[in-house]
Design a protein around this ligand. Structure first.
Ligand code: G3H
Ligand code: ZN
Length: 286
């Protein structure tokens, strides 16, 4: 069933585990993520960036497509439809379209304005039971046009943003969107520890692709309850599709049929999601 994010992530923070948040781009991606979560019997958050929602035809279509897919696949684990890195307008649109959860990402605004706008989104969202994520500091790199300097989150600002009534908090702690550079020095655990002690909300780790498992496990022990994964699925999809084409399989029989051509990549996404859920240690649904 579709659920809001509040209880799922509160339970994760309390129980010292993490729930996966995976980005979707289309029907194949959606089916792969939902099928993997069902197989692992865990709750899952499926999210669209503003760019992906635009690509797919808008928030309403995204919401309806994911909802209908949950139904047609008989998905029984809890599913949260979430807006990833939304600006103010996008958050309002996703709320109106019936998303279960939204991220308002105000990292590029002056901090006082980030706080004010977050409060407004919380008010609109909570009137419908919709959960809200906000961002303090920023995530390095770029994702779908959202660019960050990788500014380390301040503990004081984390407390202030948490006080707006949000349900979970994303903090910049040296994490980066996309592939990590070879000279990356790792997560800032000292700062994460301080934020985790100052704020009892579920914390969100963006840029999950490519962070070594031991660092993710350590981060979970300090309050990370939501792990965002996008690039890892894109890489798996691209690799499997390339192998299919390079092996000439699109030229055998009717291998060029899009349903055949997209199948290896779709399976690769499902395998990647299952693997990540496995090592992330999400607690199974009873
Ligand atoms: O918001 C989405 C995530 O932070 C994804 O980051 O592409 O590095 O996995 P990633
Ligand atoms: Zn992100």
């Amino acid at each position: 069933p579709l659920v809001h994010g509040t209880e799922i992530f509160q339970a994760a923070r309390k129980g010292h585990y993490c729930v996966g948040a995976f980005n979707t781009n289309n029907l194949e991606w959606t089916r792969a993520i939902l099928g993997a979560a069902q197989e692992k019997n865990v709750p899952v958050l499926i999210q669209t960036s503003m760019g992906a929602a635009k690509y797919m035809g808008g928030y309403e279509l995204c919401q309806k497509l994911i909802e209908a897919t949950v139904k047609s696949m008989d998905i029984t684990v809890p599913v949260i439809i979430h807006l990833d890195h939304g600006d103010y307008e996008a958050a309002k649109e996703a709320i109106a379209a019936g998303y279960n959860s939204v991220m308002f990402d105000g990292h590029d605004l002056p901090f006082a304005e980030n706080v004010e706008k977050t409060k407004e989104i919380v008010k609109l969202a909570h009137a419908k039971g919709i959960s809200v994520e906000a961002e303090v500091g920023s995530i390095g790199g770029e994702e779908d046009g959202v660019v960050g300097e990788g500014e380390l989150a301040s503990v004081e600002e984390a407390k202030e943003l948490a006080a707006t009534g949000i349900d979970f908090l994303a903090a910049g702690i040296g994490n980066i969107h996309g592939q990590y550079p070879a000279n990356w020095t790792g997560l800032h655990f000292d700062r994460l520890k301080e934020i985790g002690e100052a704020v009892d909300l579920p914390l969100v780790l963006h840029g999950g692709s490519g962070i070594p498992q031991d660092q993710v496990e350590k981060a979970i022990s300090m309050g990370i309850s939501k792990l965002n994964i996008n690039t890892e699925c894109q890489l798996s999809f691209a690799k499997a599709t390339r192998e299919y084409i390079e092996a000439g399989k699109d030229q055998e029989g009717k291998g060029y049929d899009p349903r055949k051509l997209l199948a290896p990549g779709t399976k690769a996404i499902a395998d990647t999601v299952k693997e990540i859920i496995g090592w992330m240690g999400t607690k199974e649904v009873k």
